[in-house]
Design a protein around this ligand. Sequence first.
Ligand code: SF4
Ligand code: SF4
Length: 537
Amino acid sequence: MANPNPEQLVQIDYRPPRKDWMNPQVEFRKGVMCYSAAPKNLRYLDLPNPREWQPFDKDWKLPPDWKRIILEGMRDRLKRFRSFRLFMDICVRCGACADKCHFYIGSGDPKNMPVLRAELIRSVYRRYFTSAGKFLGNLAGARELTENVLKEWFYYFYQCTECRRCSVFCPYGIDTAEVTMIVRELLNLVGCNINWVLEPAANCYRTGNHLGIQPHGFKDSVDFAVDELEEITGVRVEAPINRKGAEILFIVPSADYFGTPHYYTFLGYLMLLHEVGLDYTFSAYASEGGNFGLFQSHEMIKRLNAKIYAEAKRLGVKWILGGECGHMWRVLHQYMDTLNGPADFLEPPVSPVTGTKFENARSTKMVHICEFTADLIHHGKLNLDPRRNDRWNVTFHDSCNPSRAMGLLEEPRYILRSVCREFHEMPENTIREQTFCCGSGSGLGTDENIEMRLRGGLPRANAVKYVRDTCGVNLLACICAIDKATLPPLLEYWVPGMEVAGVHELLGNALVMKGENERATDLRGEPLPAKEAPAHA
Ligand code: SF4
Ligand code: SF4
């Protein structure tokens, strides 16, 4: 569907199809699928079976022994990942997760129900790894691994954003996102991957960041931001790069210094760190916090993340501070410690401004900027004028990974309530742990699958529309680089007129810096509201 309109997309048919779910037939059409990875990106990453192909081709040019490779890959992962074997065995098909996936809600396709999505591989597991499946076949819910089954995996496991909303509702704690991660690993063994995942990963591998920006390009971006801030505030901040002996290494997603509206968040960070006199440095190599390895394989997570501790060691810092990103924090919080740690050459993080010990980061040695900033505000270290954000009436979108993977729920809200005068929550079952995904995470935020993204983002957009219509909200704040890239087009489609911003953009607007000029504009260059005007006039 080249140009879907809202009336068409909301005609969602929830009636189950007549054909048996075991029948694997998917239609790859533009709008609902991602293009395959370019061979050069597989070569950069030393991945198997680089070739020209597309999902809608009849012949996927699989290796001749593809079936053996997949089944051996499964056997290996069943041994190595206890969670994978458990998730294959313990689902009772109660259906509690069935209507919790945004892709099911937005498409009505039953194979987008988390239970059925996972059943696509469970059925193969039963056939080859359980006695019942080997002997009873279909009767035991087992099916052969065929090329059509493999194509079906590709279709549906690249239609799961690994958001983990379904796991919140599963009484057994089954995490379908982890099932998706394993299936994507298996698909990668035979060269079935998407470019929107592998290109950023390959760039990261070569230059340290998703966009492939070289060190001098990174420096140019930072220098440009410093100049621009001076124009807005009259204060010239320092933003050191590769400074050995700094106390703290600061790592951000590359979109923060290259994308919009991310860039305004980046300006907010620079103001904040200058204002509290933080002794910090960026790294021109660890110039990316994001890690698209999370959407490819555990091995790739480890390879791409290694630069963070390596740079911390090289630069001799004490601990690490990290910017606003989603999946970056899932990796840092849940995997880095065991995959790349222990980082015993670093110290447990302590704020040099307030003395607060970040006990939660004792092991990883890495603190989220929202934790750092909320602590500063709590200790009265920032001079804030929330009236400068009066043109905004704000709501907060909990990004899937900071909320569900690390429990970062209160700190961003505390900051927002301190820097804005109008703040309204979306309905309870759409925020915090139950938040709805943007519909474009896990490497699906490209354009060729726009119909799928708009469908997957419908539940999120619907909740935004509710607070727009009932409370006059006009700004969605969030703390994820993918959200900042993918929510603007989603909301332009479903909730026109809604803007998207990072939490530290709003912090930067409200921050009264020592020695600053009388500020005329906010960080977007828009005139500040008159001081006496009522909120969001
Ligand atoms: S809620 Fe859990 S046990 Fe129930 S169907 Fe879903 S994955 Fe299976
Ligand atoms: S992890 Fe998210 S996208 Fe994947 S099945 Fe569960 S709810 Fe759907």
